[in-house]
Ligand binder design. Sequence first.
Ligand SMILES: Nc1nc2c(ncn2[C@@H]2O[C@H](COP(=O)(O)OP(=O)(O)OP(=O)(O)O)[C@@H](O)[C@H]2O)c(=O)[nH]1
Ligand SMILES: [Mg+2]
Ligand SMILES: [Zn+2]
Length: 341
Amino acid sequence: MSSPAAGAVRVVRADKGSVLVVPEGGGEAVRAVLDRDGLAPLDDGRAVPTVGDWVLVDEADGSPHVRQVLTRSSALVRDSAGGTSREQVLAANVDIVLVVEHLDPDPDLGRVERLLTLAWRSGARPVVVLTKADLVPDAEAMTREVERAAIAVDVHPVSAATGDGLDPVRALLAPGVALVVVGPSGAGKSTLVNALAGRGVMATGDRRASDGRGRHTTTHRELVPLHGGAVLIDTPGIRGIGVVADADALDTTFADVAELVALCRFADCHHDGEPGCAVVAALESGDLDRRRYESWRKLVREAAYQARRADSHLAAQERARWKKVTQEYQRGMRGAGRPWR
Ligand SMILES: Nc1nc2c(ncn2[C@@H]2O[C@H](COP(=O)(O)OP(=O)(O)OP(=O)(O)O)[C@@H](O)[C@H]2O)c(=O)[nH]1
Ligand SMILES: [Mg+2]
Ligand SMILES: [Zn+2]
Protein backbone atom coordinates (compact mmCIF):
# COMPACT_ATOMS: atom_id res chain seq x y z
CA MET A 1 0.00 0.00 0.00
CA SER A 2 1.58 3.27 -1.03
CA SER A 3 1.17 6.59 0.71
CA PRO A 4 -2.46 7.76 0.86
CA ALA A 5 -1.62 11.48 0.83
CA ALA A 6 1.08 13.81 -0.41
CA GLY A 7 3.69 14.49 2.22
CA ALA A 8 2.63 11.58 4.43
CA VAL A 9 5.38 9.69 6.21
CA ARG A 10 5.23 6.20 7.66
CA VAL A 11 5.65 5.18 11.28
CA VAL A 12 8.41 2.54 11.49
CA ARG A 13 8.49 2.45 15.26
CA ALA A 14 6.15 3.83 17.93
CA ASP A 15 7.38 4.82 21.36
CA LYS A 16 5.80 6.62 24.28
CA GLY A 17 5.43 10.26 23.31
CA SER A 18 7.12 10.03 19.93
CA VAL A 19 7.35 7.98 16.77
CA LEU A 20 10.09 7.23 14.25
CA VAL A 21 8.97 8.02 10.70
CA VAL A 22 10.41 7.57 7.21
CA PRO A 23 9.33 9.19 3.95
CA GLU A 24 7.71 6.98 1.30
CA GLY A 25 10.36 5.21 -0.74
CA GLY A 26 12.83 5.33 2.14
CA GLY A 27 15.24 7.89 3.45
CA GLU A 28 16.52 8.88 6.82
CA ALA A 29 14.29 8.12 9.81
CA VAL A 30 13.13 11.15 11.79
CA ARG A 31 11.76 11.24 15.32
CA ALA A 32 8.48 13.14 15.56
CA VAL A 33 6.89 14.22 18.82
CA LEU A 34 3.30 13.44 19.80
CA ASP A 35 1.45 16.17 21.60
CA ARG A 36 -1.26 15.87 24.23
CA ASP A 37 -1.21 12.42 25.81
CA GLY A 38 0.54 10.94 22.82
CA LEU A 39 -2.56 11.21 20.69
CA ALA A 40 -3.03 12.67 17.24
CA PRO A 41 -6.27 13.43 15.37
CA LEU A 42 -7.62 10.60 13.21
CA ASP A 43 -10.50 11.91 11.08
CA ASP A 44 -13.03 11.80 13.89
CA GLY A 45 -11.60 11.08 17.27
CA ARG A 46 -8.00 10.66 18.23
CA ALA A 47 -5.55 7.83 17.81
CA VAL A 48 -2.25 6.65 19.16
CA PRO A 49 -0.11 6.31 16.03
CA THR A 50 1.13 2.77 15.61
CA VAL A 51 3.69 1.06 13.40
CA GLY A 52 2.54 1.12 9.77
CA ASP A 53 0.49 4.30 10.18
CA TRP A 54 0.76 7.08 7.63
CA VAL A 55 1.01 10.41 9.43
CA LEU A 56 1.35 14.08 8.59
CA VAL A 57 4.17 15.83 10.37
CA ASP A 58 5.06 19.50 10.63
CA GLU A 59 7.78 21.48 12.33
CA ALA A 60 6.90 23.36 15.49
CA ASP A 61 9.48 25.05 17.72
CA GLY A 62 12.17 23.58 15.51
CA SER A 63 11.17 19.94 16.02
CA PRO A 64 8.84 17.66 14.03
CA HIS A 65 5.39 17.01 15.51
CA VAL A 66 2.74 14.50 14.42
CA ARG A 67 -0.31 16.47 13.30
CA GLN A 68 -2.58 13.80 11.88
CA VAL A 69 -2.90 10.05 11.63
CA LEU A 70 -4.41 9.19 8.26
CA THR A 71 -7.36 6.83 8.00
CA ARG A 72 -6.24 3.21 8.21
CA SER A 73 -6.94 0.76 5.41
CA SER A 74 -6.53 -2.10 7.87
CA ALA A 75 -5.71 -2.46 11.54
CA LEU A 76 -4.48 -5.48 13.45
CA VAL A 77 -6.13 -5.10 16.84
CA ARG A 78 -5.61 -7.12 19.98
CA ASP A 79 -7.56 -7.10 23.17
CA SER A 80 -5.42 -5.75 25.97
CA ALA A 81 -6.72 -6.12 29.48
CA GLY A 82 -4.92 -3.05 30.78
CA GLY A 83 -5.04 0.56 29.68
CA THR A 84 -7.99 2.77 29.05
CA SER A 85 -8.86 1.86 25.48
CA ARG A 86 -8.77 -1.92 26.05
CA GLU A 87 -7.73 -2.41 22.45
CA GLN A 88 -4.23 -2.14 21.11
CA VAL A 89 -3.55 -1.60 17.44
CA LEU A 90 -0.53 -3.80 16.73
CA ALA A 91 -0.04 -2.64 13.15
CA ALA A 92 -1.85 -0.46 10.63
CA ASN A 93 -2.20 -0.46 6.86
CA VAL A 94 -0.98 -3.99 6.33
CA ASP A 95 -2.01 -6.08 3.34
CA ILE A 96 -0.89 -9.51 4.53
CA VAL A 97 -0.67 -11.03 8.01
CA LEU A 98 1.90 -13.82 8.21
CA VAL A 99 0.73 -16.12 10.98
CA VAL A 100 3.99 -17.74 12.04
CA GLU A 101 3.87 -21.05 13.92
CA HIS A 102 6.65 -23.58 14.55
CA LEU A 103 6.58 -27.20 13.45
CA ASP A 104 8.92 -28.10 16.31
CA PRO A 105 7.59 -28.24 18.98
CA ASP A 106 4.26 -29.33 17.46
CA PRO A 107 2.13 -26.51 16.08
CA ASP A 108 -0.69 -25.28 18.32
CA LEU A 109 -3.78 -25.36 16.10
CA GLY A 110 -5.87 -23.33 18.55
CA ARG A 111 -3.31 -20.56 18.44
CA VAL A 112 -3.31 -20.62 14.66
CA GLU A 113 -7.13 -20.28 14.68
CA ARG A 114 -6.90 -17.42 17.16
CA LEU A 115 -4.33 -15.55 15.08
CA LEU A 116 -6.28 -16.20 11.88
CA THR A 117 -9.33 -14.61 13.50
CA LEU A 118 -7.21 -11.61 14.49
CA ALA A 119 -5.98 -11.42 10.90
CA TRP A 120 -9.41 -11.74 9.24
CA ARG A 121 -10.76 -9.07 11.55
CA SER A 122 -7.95 -6.69 10.53
CA GLY A 123 -9.04 -6.48 6.91
CA ALA A 124 -5.73 -7.93 5.69
CA ARG A 125 -5.22 -11.36 4.13
CA PRO A 126 -3.76 -14.07 6.36
CA VAL A 127 -1.08 -16.52 5.22
CA VAL A 128 0.30 -19.22 7.52
CA VAL A 129 4.04 -19.85 7.65
CA LEU A 130 5.19 -23.01 9.44
CA THR A 131 8.82 -22.63 10.51
CA LYS A 132 11.58 -25.10 11.41
CA ALA A 133 10.57 -27.64 8.76
CA ASP A 134 14.18 -28.89 8.90
CA LEU A 135 13.61 -30.17 12.44
CA VAL A 136 10.72 -32.55 11.71
CA PRO A 137 10.61 -35.77 9.67
CA ASP A 138 7.28 -35.14 7.92
CA ALA A 139 6.61 -31.45 7.43
CA GLU A 140 4.16 -32.19 4.60
CA ALA A 141 1.80 -34.23 6.79
CA MET A 142 1.91 -31.58 9.51
CA THR A 143 1.19 -28.90 6.93
CA ARG A 144 -1.92 -30.78 5.78
CA GLU A 145 -3.15 -30.93 9.37
CA VAL A 146 -2.69 -27.18 9.81
CA GLU A 147 -4.42 -26.60 6.46
CA ARG A 148 -7.55 -28.29 7.85
CA ALA A 149 -7.62 -25.65 10.60
CA ALA A 150 -6.87 -22.81 8.16
CA ILE A 151 -9.73 -22.85 5.67
CA ALA A 152 -9.08 -20.88 2.47
CA VAL A 153 -5.65 -19.84 3.70
CA ASP A 154 -2.30 -20.71 2.10
CA VAL A 155 -0.01 -22.63 4.44
CA HIS A 156 3.73 -22.69 3.69
CA PRO A 157 6.23 -24.93 5.52
CA VAL A 158 9.63 -23.24 5.53
CA SER A 159 13.10 -23.61 6.93
CA ALA A 160 15.14 -20.51 7.48
CA ALA A 161 18.06 -22.82 8.22
CA THR A 162 18.11 -24.44 4.76
CA GLY A 163 16.11 -21.85 2.82
CA ASP A 164 13.59 -24.51 1.80
CA GLY A 165 10.05 -23.30 1.15
CA LEU A 166 10.84 -19.60 1.24
CA ASP A 167 10.08 -18.92 -2.45
CA PRO A 168 6.26 -18.87 -2.13
CA VAL A 169 6.64 -16.45 0.80
CA ARG A 170 9.05 -14.27 -1.20
CA ALA A 171 6.45 -14.18 -3.97
CA LEU A 172 4.18 -12.21 -1.62
CA LEU A 173 6.69 -9.35 -1.38
CA ALA A 174 5.40 -7.21 -4.25
CA PRO A 175 6.42 -3.54 -4.31
CA GLY A 176 4.25 -1.43 -2.00
CA VAL A 177 2.88 -4.43 -0.09
CA ALA A 178 3.02 -4.34 3.71
CA LEU A 179 3.23 -7.56 5.70
CA VAL A 180 3.26 -8.17 9.42
CA VAL A 181 4.48 -11.30 11.20
CA VAL A 182 2.62 -12.51 14.29
CA GLY A 183 3.11 -15.60 16.38
CA PRO A 184 4.54 -16.96 19.61
CA SER A 185 7.96 -16.12 20.94
CA GLY A 186 10.62 -18.36 19.49
CA ALA A 187 8.57 -19.29 16.43
CA GLY A 188 11.22 -17.73 14.21
CA LYS A 189 9.52 -14.49 13.17
CA SER A 190 12.68 -12.37 13.25
CA THR A 191 14.65 -15.17 11.60
CA LEU A 192 12.05 -15.16 8.82
CA VAL A 193 12.20 -11.37 8.52
CA ASN A 194 15.99 -11.58 8.17
CA ALA A 195 15.74 -14.36 5.58
CA LEU A 196 13.26 -12.33 3.53
CA ALA A 197 15.27 -9.12 3.93
CA GLY A 198 18.45 -10.95 2.94
CA ARG A 199 20.29 -9.31 5.83
CA GLY A 200 20.38 -9.38 9.60
CA VAL A 201 18.03 -6.52 10.42
CA MET A 202 16.42 -8.02 13.51
CA ALA A 203 18.15 -9.71 16.44
CA THR A 204 17.14 -13.35 16.86
CA GLY A 205 17.20 -15.54 19.91
CA ASP A 206 19.28 -18.62 20.44
CA ARG A 207 17.43 -20.60 23.04
CA ARG A 208 19.62 -23.68 23.01
CA ALA A 209 21.60 -22.35 25.97
CA SER A 210 18.57 -22.09 28.23
CA ASP A 211 15.07 -23.51 28.29
CA GLY A 212 14.01 -20.29 26.59
CA ARG A 213 10.58 -20.15 28.18
CA GLY A 214 9.05 -16.71 28.39
CA ARG A 215 12.10 -15.07 26.85
CA HIS A 216 11.30 -12.56 24.21
CA THR A 217 14.07 -11.60 21.88
CA THR A 218 12.14 -8.96 20.00
CA THR A 219 10.78 -6.37 22.41
CA HIS A 220 9.23 -3.76 20.11
CA ARG A 221 7.36 -3.67 16.84
CA GLU A 222 9.37 -2.43 13.89
CA LEU A 223 8.77 -1.83 10.21
CA VAL A 224 11.59 -3.05 7.97
CA PRO A 225 11.73 -1.75 4.38
CA LEU A 226 12.85 -4.48 1.94
CA HIS A 227 14.91 -3.95 -1.22
CA GLY A 228 12.06 -4.86 -3.57
CA GLY A 229 9.78 -2.13 -2.18
CA ALA A 230 7.70 -4.24 0.20
CA VAL A 231 7.75 -3.58 3.94
CA LEU A 232 7.74 -6.16 6.70
CA ILE A 233 6.69 -5.50 10.31
CA ASP A 234 8.31 -7.66 12.99
CA THR A 235 6.51 -8.01 16.32
CA PRO A 236 7.42 -9.49 19.71
CA GLY A 237 6.04 -12.93 20.48
CA ILE A 238 2.52 -12.80 21.82
CA ARG A 239 1.46 -15.02 24.65
CA GLY A 240 -2.18 -15.64 25.42
CA ILE A 241 -3.26 -13.07 22.89
CA GLY A 242 -6.77 -11.73 23.34
CA VAL A 243 -8.34 -11.43 19.94
CA VAL A 244 -10.74 -8.66 19.18
CA ALA A 245 -13.15 -10.89 17.34
CA ASP A 246 -16.39 -10.23 15.57
CA ALA A 247 -18.94 -12.62 14.12
CA ASP A 248 -17.68 -12.15 10.56
CA ALA A 249 -14.07 -12.89 11.43
CA LEU A 250 -15.11 -15.98 13.41
CA ASP A 251 -17.38 -17.19 10.62
CA THR A 252 -14.47 -16.87 8.21
CA THR A 253 -11.95 -18.70 10.39
CA PHE A 254 -14.54 -21.33 11.26
CA ALA A 255 -16.40 -21.45 7.94
CA ASP A 256 -17.03 -25.19 8.40
CA VAL A 257 -18.69 -24.66 11.79
CA ALA A 258 -20.66 -21.65 10.52
CA GLU A 259 -22.05 -23.85 7.76
CA LEU A 260 -23.27 -26.35 10.35
CA VAL A 261 -24.75 -23.63 12.57
CA ALA A 262 -26.87 -22.51 9.62
CA LEU A 263 -28.36 -26.03 9.46
CA CYS A 264 -29.45 -26.20 13.11
CA ARG A 265 -33.24 -26.46 13.50
CA PHE A 266 -33.47 -23.47 15.87
CA ALA A 267 -32.01 -20.13 14.88
CA ASP A 268 -30.95 -19.52 18.49
CA CYS A 269 -29.51 -23.03 18.95
CA HIS A 270 -26.88 -23.20 21.70
CA HIS A 271 -25.49 -26.47 20.29
CA ASP A 272 -25.93 -27.85 23.77
CA GLY A 273 -28.14 -30.86 23.16
CA GLU A 274 -31.16 -29.19 21.52
CA PRO A 275 -33.00 -31.34 19.00
CA GLY A 276 -31.99 -30.88 15.38
CA CYS A 277 -28.55 -29.47 16.18
CA ALA A 278 -26.26 -29.94 13.19
CA VAL A 279 -23.15 -29.06 15.20
CA VAL A 280 -23.66 -31.81 17.77
CA ALA A 281 -24.59 -34.23 14.98
CA ALA A 282 -21.32 -33.46 13.20
CA LEU A 283 -19.41 -33.96 16.45
CA GLU A 284 -21.05 -37.34 16.94
CA SER A 285 -20.41 -38.48 13.39
CA GLY A 286 -16.82 -37.33 13.62
CA ASP A 287 -17.22 -34.80 10.77
CA LEU A 288 -16.35 -32.02 13.21
CA ASP A 289 -13.27 -32.37 15.32
CA ARG A 290 -13.85 -31.97 19.08
CA ARG A 291 -10.70 -29.81 19.38
CA ARG A 292 -11.87 -27.45 16.68
CA TYR A 293 -15.34 -27.26 18.20
CA GLU A 294 -13.90 -26.32 21.63
CA SER A 295 -11.62 -23.75 20.03
CA TRP A 296 -14.59 -22.18 18.24
CA ARG A 297 -16.71 -22.14 21.42
CA LYS A 298 -13.94 -20.42 23.33
CA LEU A 299 -13.50 -17.66 20.77
CA VAL A 300 -17.27 -17.14 20.43
CA ARG A 301 -17.51 -16.71 24.21
CA GLU A 302 -14.62 -14.27 24.21
CA ALA A 303 -16.17 -12.25 21.40
CA ALA A 304 -19.50 -12.09 23.24
CA TYR A 305 -17.77 -10.93 26.41
CA GLN A 306 -15.94 -8.21 24.50
CA ALA A 307 -19.14 -7.04 22.84
CA ARG A 308 -20.85 -6.72 26.23
CA ARG A 309 -17.87 -4.90 27.66
CA ALA A 310 -17.75 -2.51 24.71
CA ASP A 311 -21.48 -1.86 25.10
CA SER A 312 -21.17 -0.99 28.77
CA HIS A 313 -18.17 1.20 27.96
CA LEU A 314 -20.27 3.05 25.37
CA ALA A 315 -23.16 3.38 27.80
CA ALA A 316 -20.83 4.88 30.42
CA GLN A 317 -19.48 7.35 27.85
CA GLU A 318 -23.00 8.32 26.90
CA ARG A 319 -23.97 8.91 30.55
CA ALA A 320 -20.87 11.06 31.04
CA ARG A 321 -21.73 13.09 27.96
CA TRP A 322 -25.29 13.76 29.14
CA LYS A 323 -24.07 14.70 32.59
CA LYS A 324 -21.80 17.28 30.99
CA VAL A 325 -24.59 18.64 28.77
CA THR A 326 -26.91 18.95 31.76
CA GLN A 327 -24.27 20.68 33.86
CA GLU A 328 -23.53 23.15 31.06
CA TYR A 329 -27.21 23.85 30.62
CA GLN A 330 -27.64 24.45 34.35
CA ARG A 331 -24.60 26.71 34.43
CA GLY A 332 -25.97 28.67 31.45
CA MET A 333 -29.30 29.15 33.14
CA ARG A 334 -27.64 30.37 36.32
CA GLY A 335 -25.43 32.70 34.29
CA ALA A 336 -28.55 34.17 32.71
CA GLY A 337 -29.78 35.05 36.20
CA ARG A 338 -32.79 32.82 35.99
CA PRO A 339 -33.69 30.01 38.30
CA TRP A 340 -32.62 26.78 36.74
CA ARG A 341 -35.05 24.54 38.44
N1 LIG B 1 16.33 -25.10 12.80
C1 LIG B 1 15.67 -23.96 12.63
N2 LIG B 1 15.75 -23.02 13.58
C2 LIG B 1 15.06 -21.86 13.38
C3 LIG B 1 14.28 -21.62 12.22
N3 LIG B 1 13.71 -20.41 12.33
C4 LIG B 1 14.11 -19.90 13.51
N4 LIG B 1 14.94 -20.76 14.15
C5 LIG B 1 15.57 -20.58 15.46
O1 LIG B 1 14.58 -20.34 16.43
C6 LIG B 1 15.06 -19.44 17.44
C7 LIG B 1 14.10 -18.31 17.65
O2 LIG B 1 14.02 -17.51 16.49
P1 LIG B 1 13.57 -15.99 16.49
O3 LIG B 1 13.54 -15.57 15.06
O4 LIG B 1 14.35 -15.16 17.42
O5 LIG B 1 12.08 -16.12 17.06
P2 LIG B 1 10.99 -14.96 17.20
O6 LIG B 1 9.70 -15.53 16.75
O7 LIG B 1 11.43 -13.72 16.53
O8 LIG B 1 10.93 -14.77 18.80
P3 LIG B 1 10.52 -13.41 19.62
O9 LIG B 1 11.30 -12.29 19.07
O10 LIG B 1 10.88 -13.73 21.04
O11 LIG B 1 9.05 -13.25 19.44
C8 LIG B 1 16.44 -18.99 16.96
O12 LIG B 1 17.42 -19.75 17.63
C9 LIG B 1 16.44 -19.33 15.49
O13 LIG B 1 17.71 -19.60 14.98
C10 LIG B 1 14.23 -22.66 11.23
O14 LIG B 1 13.57 -22.56 10.19
N5 LIG B 1 14.95 -23.81 11.49
MG1 LIG C 1 11.75 -11.85 17.19
ZN1 LIG D 1 -26.94 -26.30 17.03
